[in-house]
Each structure stands twice: as C-alpha cells, then as structure tokens.
Design a protein around this ligand. Structure first.
Ligand SMILES: [Zn+2]
Length: 613
C-alpha cells in the first residue's frame, strides 16, 4: 500500500490572559507574559493482535487481544476506554430505549432489540485485562469499558494491553449480527473490544446508540478460526491463502486436516477491522488496472436475476474505483471487498457490507456510496459522530458525481433533488445545526437530511462560491494533506480558502453551525436599474442573468464583500454586496426586461419563486 506522510503541521498560537478576579487589593497583580504554545497535529496509534475462535453453532466466540498503544498526545493518560458495541443489542440498552422513544425510529430497529432472548442478544464480556502484564481495574458500563490504569501512560510512551474476552453475535438488528433477512450467517462489524479515540478534543468514549464511529489508526493482525466451510471476506490481506482456498488461493490449496481453518489477516494503517462469513458465499475477484484487487462475496442461493446483478456490478465497481481515485486521490490499499452483509450498507476498512438482493440500480448505488466512503470517512477519517455531514454528505456528492460520469447523466439535474430535500428540511421547523452530535437530533429524519443532503449541498454549493475547478483542486489537496488522519471541518475549509484565495469562514459558520437560510429575491426592475433583496440571513455571492428588452442577455456577478475576492467567472463583475445591506441596486447598460438570480440553481436558495422577475 501507499502511505502518505504529510509534513503539514497545524500550528496554533494560544495566548493565555491573566485574570484579575479574586486578587486582593494588597496583592499587586502580576502581569502574566503571554505564553505562546505551539501545537503540532498528533494522533494516537494502536496495533491490534487478535486470535478469535468462532463457534458457528452457538454464535459465540472467544478472543485474545494484545494491543500496543502509543500515546502520541502531549498529555498523561490515567484512563483508557474501549467500545463494546455488541452490548447495544440487549433489551434496555441505550440503543434499545432510544429506538423505543424517538418519534421516528429506524424501521430496521424499532422494538426489535427489546424482544431479544438471552441466546439472541449480543455481548462482549471482558474476562481479564492487563497493562504491561499487570491486572488492571475495569468496569463495563453499557457499551463502554472504563479502564483505570495501573500506571499512567506518559506522552510518547507505548504500553501493552492484554485482554481475554467472550463474545456472542446478536441476531441481526442493525449493521452487524447473525442470520439476517438475506440469510447471511455472520456480519461482523464493530465486533471486538475497540479502543476509543483520544484526540485534541479529549476522549471519544461515545456509547453506541445507533450512529457511527471514530477510531484509532493502527495495524491489525487477526487470526480467525472458524468452521472450514465458511467463506470469509473483510478488512485485511489474507496471509495464508493456500491453506484456505475459497477463491483466495494463489497456487495449490493445501488445507490442514481439521474441521476449522485459521484465517490469518493483516491490515496495515486502518482504524477498523470488519468481516463477514457464510458457507454459501460465491467469491469472485476483479483486478482494477493500476489499482486494487476487488473481491465480491455474495450468496449463491439468491435467484438468478440477483446473481446476474452481482456479475454486472463488477465492471462498474472497477469504474467507480478508478473514478474516485482520479477525482480525490489514489486508493492506497491493494484490496477492496464488496460483501453481501444483508443490511443497508456500511463502510469499513478495505470493504463494505451491503444489502445484496435489491435491483441493479440499488446494488450499484449502495456500492458507489459505500466505496466512496473509503475516501470520505475511512482514509479521511473524520469523527462521524460529530461531523456526519463530512462523511455522508461528501460521499453522496462524490458517488453522485461518479454516477453522472459512469451513466452519462447531468450532474446538476441529479443534484436538484438533493437541494429540494434540503429546502424541505430548512422550511420544516425541525432542522438542527450540523454541529449537533449525530445521536442527539430530535428526529432521525432531521439527522439524515442534514448529514446526507445538506452535507452534499455544502460541496456542490461551494463550487458555486469558489468555482468548480477550485473545488476539484480543494478535494485533491484535502486528500493529500489529511489522508490517514482525522481532519476537522476547519481543516477542509482552510484548504478551500488557500486554493481559492477567498475568505470563507462565513460559509462554514452559517452553513454548518447555524440553521440560517439563503433567500435572495429580485425586488424591482426600472428601465436599466435592478434592485435585489436579501431576505435570508445567510450571505452569498450572486450570479445574475439579465435579459434586455432587445432580447439579448448578460451574466453579472456580484461579489460578496466579506469574501474579499471573486471566483473565476466570465460574467460581468460589478460592485461588492456588503452583507448587512438588505438591498442592492445596479445599473445595466440597456433597458432590462427580466432578471434571474442563480439561473443554474447551484445556490441553495429556499424560496426559488422570488429569484425571477
Ligand atoms: Zn454513508
């Protein structure tokens, strides 16, 4: 695989101020010298070594896990936390109760967790945990393991955690589980004790309530022992393909004489390890020229038309991989697997688990989306719980762009529906700012529209603000700078600013941190004079198309003053519009017949009717 080591350091200067509070009259205040603290980007690192023994009859498994955890932070750590995601699939869990109490529960979850019997629930039970060979105190609190360290971990220090655990795979409810409605035996996502991330914002020991993930970068070495008839697909390169076969072999298959096989996987530089297994998987492979080997694992028991869909998907998946690599950055691993997981679709390291029995369009769409996440979430590993719009929205944008490219559809036309859904949310009274933690939206619907649709519009509309070419350059530079890291919204925005030379803080603030809306209108036309009006709070630069009484047209561009510049444009550039002024008047050279704001419909104006006069 290719690794990217960026030398970009994020340097911030923090000045501490002295406070005069609490000083007595007799104590002369000592002026504190401003202390400049230079903070470089850092991230934690963890290497996993796991040996897993799976019983496919009881759906229980035993695990031995050795982690080597390196504290690259400037802080001393007294605690660590693990996620025990499978504990969410128990009656009375936070995920269960949230689903029972939210107004619009996920139809796939509803009250299903509350009805699980003891042999159907999921769990991870930690039997023992040691830090550098010394037993340490730990407590399971819902889906989180709280660990009190025997010895604090110093900045720069590496420690070893050894854990023994037992797991049970839940009946499939959401994302992971056993025997789902498409009959996949084991969909093993978020199935192991997973160290929580500690970053510049502190610990992210989020309980698993239903939304997505944030993990620590590192290398995985996993030995999975399972019934010899099960075909496994997932994260990581198989190290012993000729002991396994099942479509992975590179030469003569020589299996040990045993009821079980031990699959040995290695995955370098990932932040998750996922797999699925079924005795009825077909396993096909397809090589992407100058790219990874694609694996497809899907049930042989599906009807013929569904099997045909999976065959027809394969050349399209090659095109998708090439498209994303060209548009954003070269896919850095040697392998990617599209696996029938039997529930929705979810992105993981080097693979995805998806529904397998839909129409071809559905299968293509979900594959495009989940593969697109390899860039926006997996490699550019944003915190999904905090900035869901950066993974879902950016992914929807890039996979819709891919769809338009592969099937020769008009991208602006495909985007119109997305703008429409966002406008519906903005006018519904149920919108919450995109800074809301993804578990804490009042409605699931508001979360989904905000993350997927409003996140998509963030990028598509940014092309309107800075120009399409600048957006494309921004995406490529974002990948170069932040691959294998945890970028934040401001990191992306700064790259857009540096690429375009424009000031864009207003765009990030209004679009992602507020529910301010865009509404510009044509107010009056008098002879050569045109007056526009800003009704919504959110500022925007304005493209205007003027049609003269003689039938000719002219495109104008009104820069937004706070941007301190203009996008590249062939339109006639006129004076700036300073945001606080509710109206703006300009004089054309000839009598004006009609005016249209943003004729291409790239600005997410929530009241389009008043854009024309
Ligand atoms: Zn997604």
């Amino acid at each position: 695989m290719t690794r990217f080591f960026s030398s970009i350091l994020i340097v911030s200067l923090l000045f501490s101020c002295s406070s005069t509070k609490g000083l007595s009259a007799t104590t002369p205040p000592t002026p504190a010298a401003p202390s400049a603290v230079t903070t470089a980007y850092w991230q934690q690192h963890v290497d996993y070594n796991m040996e897993i023994d799976m019983d496919v009859n009881t759906y229980q498994y035993k695990g031995k896990q050795k982690l080597v955890y390196t504290n690259n932070s400037p802080d001393v750590l007294n605690k660590v936390f693990y996620h025990l995601y499978f504990n969410a699939f128990q009656p009375g869990s936070e995920m269960d109760v949230r689903s029972l109490t939210i107004a619009d529960p996920d139809g796939r979850v509803k009250d299903r967790i509350s009805k699980l019997k003891p042999n159907e629930i999921g769990y991870i039970k930690v039997n023992s945990l040691k830090q550098n060979g010394v037993s340490i105190n730990h407590e399971t609190v819902g889906t989180v393991l709280e660990v009190e360290l025997a010895k604090p971990i110093q900045p720069g220090e590496s420690v070893t955690f050894d854990m023994d655990f037992d797991g049970q795979v839940p009946v499939q409810i959401r994302r992971a589980g056993r025997n789902n409605k498409e009959g996949v035996a084991l969909s093993m996502a978020q199935w192991y004790p997973k160290l929580a991330e500690y970053d510049f914002e502190g610990w992210h020991a989020d309980p698993y309530i239903g939304r997505e993930f944030h993990g620590v970068w590192g290398d995985f070495d996993v030995k999975l022992t399972i019934d010899k008839n099960y075909v496994v697909g997932g994260t990581g390169y198989l190290q012993n393909p000729n002991e396994i076969g099942h479509g992975y072999e590179t030469g003569t298959v020589n299996r040990p004489n045993s009821d079980k096989l031990t699959w040995h996987f290695v995955a370098p530089n990932v932040h998750d390890f996922t797999w699925a297994a079924d005795p009825e998987y077909i396993h096909d492979t397809k090589q992407v020229p100058n790219g990874p080997l694609l694996h497809f694992l899907y049930k042989s028991t599906m009807p013929q038309d569904k099997l045909d869909n999976w065959k027809n998907l394969q050349p399209k998946a090659v095109e998708l991989m090439q498209f994303f690599s060209n548009e954003v950055g070269q896919y850095p691993y040697n392998q990617y697997s599209v696996i029938q997981g039997g529930d929705g679709g979810m992105e993981y390291g080097m693979c995805t688990l998806i529904l397998g029995e839909g129409s071809f369009d559905g299968l293509f769409g979900v594959t495009a989306h989940e593969m697109g996440h390899s860039w926006f979430q997996f490699i550019l590993a944003t915190n999904e719980a905090k900035h869901s719009w950066m993974d879902e929205g950016f992914t929807e944008y890039i996979c819709t762009l891919a769809e338009s490219h592969i099937f020769n559809k008009d991208f602006n036309e495909l985007s119109k529906r997305v703008y429409g859904v966002y406008a519906y949310l903005a006018k519904s009274g149920t919108e919450q700012p995109q800074t809301t933690h993804s578990d804490r939206y009042v409605y699931n619907r508001s979360y989904s529209i905000s993350a997927y649709y409003k996140g998509y519009v963030f990028l598509k509309q940014l092309a309107y603000v800075i120009g399409q070419e600048n957006l494309e350059k921004t995406l490529k530079q974002y990948f170069k700078t932040y691959a294998f890291k945890h970028p934040k919204p401001i990191d992306f925005l700064r790259i857009a600013e540096k690429t375009s030379g424009l000031e864009l803080d207003w765009y990030l603030i209004d679009w992602t941190q507020t529910t301010n809306t865009i509404d510009y209108a044509v107010k009056t036309i008098e002879n050569n004079s045109v007056t526009l009006e800003r009704i919504g709070l959110m500022p925007m630069p304005i493209d205007v198309l003027v049609t003269y009484t003689d039938g000719s047209t002219e495109a104008f561009y009104i820069p937004l003053q706070m941007m301190r510049g203009e996008k590249p444009t062939s339109a006639t550039i006129i004076k700036d519009w300073a945001w606080a002024y509710p109206t703006y008047t300009f004089e054309a050279t000839k009598p004006v017949k009609s005016v249209e704001i943003d004729p291409e419909g790239l600005m997410a104006d929530i009241e389009k009717e008043n854009n024309k006069n």
